[in-house]
Design a protein around this ligand. Sequence first.
Ligand code: UDP
Length: 467
Amino acid sequence: MAVTKGNKKPHVLAVPFPAQGHVKPLMKLARQIAKHGIKVTFVNIECVHRQILSSSRAEAEAEDEDMQNLVMTSVSDGRGPGEEHDVFKLLDTLRNSMPRSLTELIETINASTPDERITCVIADITMAYLSRTAESMGAEFVVFSPPSAAAVGILGLIPKLLEEGSMDQDGSVTNGVITSLSKDIPEWKKDEYSWSFAIDLKTQKIFFECSRRIVREVSEARLLISNTCYELETAACDLTPNLLPVGPLTLVNPDGPKPGPKSCSFHPQDLSCLTWLDGKADGSVIYVSFGSLAVFSQQQLDELAFGLEMSGRAFLWVVRADLANGSRAVLPDGLAGENGKIVEWAPQEEVLSHRSVGCFLSHCGWNSTLEGLSRGVPFLCWPYFSDQFHNQKYICDKWEIGLRIDHDENGIRSRHEIREKIDLVFCDDRFRKNASRLKEVTRESVGEGGSSYKNLKKFIDHLRKIC
Ligand code: UDP
């Protein structure tokens, strides 16, 4: 039971940025806080709230019953009709709408349950501007950071890069500029920064402006809860003094076999792939998934389909309905035969835990990176944007748990390159050995007495004290 002080119980308001890779890890943190007897109200924007409810299975809701302390609610996001799917536009619209929407929500909660007033607001790193809202409502403010500690560290270098003239106002550096935070952290080169989006400079500019604002806002934050673990990113964690690593949250709170709404899946999971995996040999299957946002040309998807087929190995491929630049991909006839299984959305954590998965062909989103490595799965890297290029460097150069799939001079990853790298990653036992070691490292960190375990406990104890 929660400790009460002055007739008040702790009550956390958790506010994620409305993208799959941000909502899911914050929900895992929220579940952990709720498990310790602290009430949490988890606020999504309306369209995301509806999407999560419609994607979860009715029979799975029972699984969430032990989560009475965790309430899901929603607020308007301030966007007009037709803008619902533009995740980038949200960066701006939320900045205008969220302070007012959340103030109204907190006022309603505080008035209706005076014993359970909101005592702490935990908001996504892209929404650190909510610190003023929290403070004006008498609540403590904490930032939640879904990406790596290195991705946070590099943001801090923006002012210096601008000042010395090695970066322009759009966030691009000239060829040859190399940015380093420490000898223990892989360096960044042109187009590898979290805000880089070389294929669309207009979007890059939005990311860069957002990153510059985050730098200012986060520097004022008392505490940054990070989905990483100290042993994985020691040098990067040491760079940000107010950073508290509590991850990998995928291990702290793994999805069960039939996740309910409180797992926050944006799409219905196709569980048939788990039965399909049951029929395959140990370590034999390539799991292919590019997360929730990456898109590709039909030509590139053809190369991938033929590369997988030519490898002669079994593969499970997540082909989202919008994977072909927003449209349904056309796949070669007979691709999903004996050896291939295609799903629109997988229970990814369950898949990566399955004994038959031998390799993860991934876009290297930070959640996917942590989900794979904490289960000891080697990687084939195919980054799309943002921090994924730097995560690839961690995977291939620092941790040595995978290989890059390189593109040619036209920006295409050919079927031959794909087939060759698949062969290499399966044939070299080094990757699996290194991945198994990291699996142990991360498990120890979240296990009783480990660094992430202790940090999370420290934070939860703190939440109890501030009411
Ligand atoms: N995911 C999933 N099923 C899929 C594909 C992805 O559940 O078929 C989840 C995955 O487990 C991860 C998240 O979606 O937690 C994607 O986050 P990530 O940071 O890897 O990439 P992003 O979507 O942000 O690019």
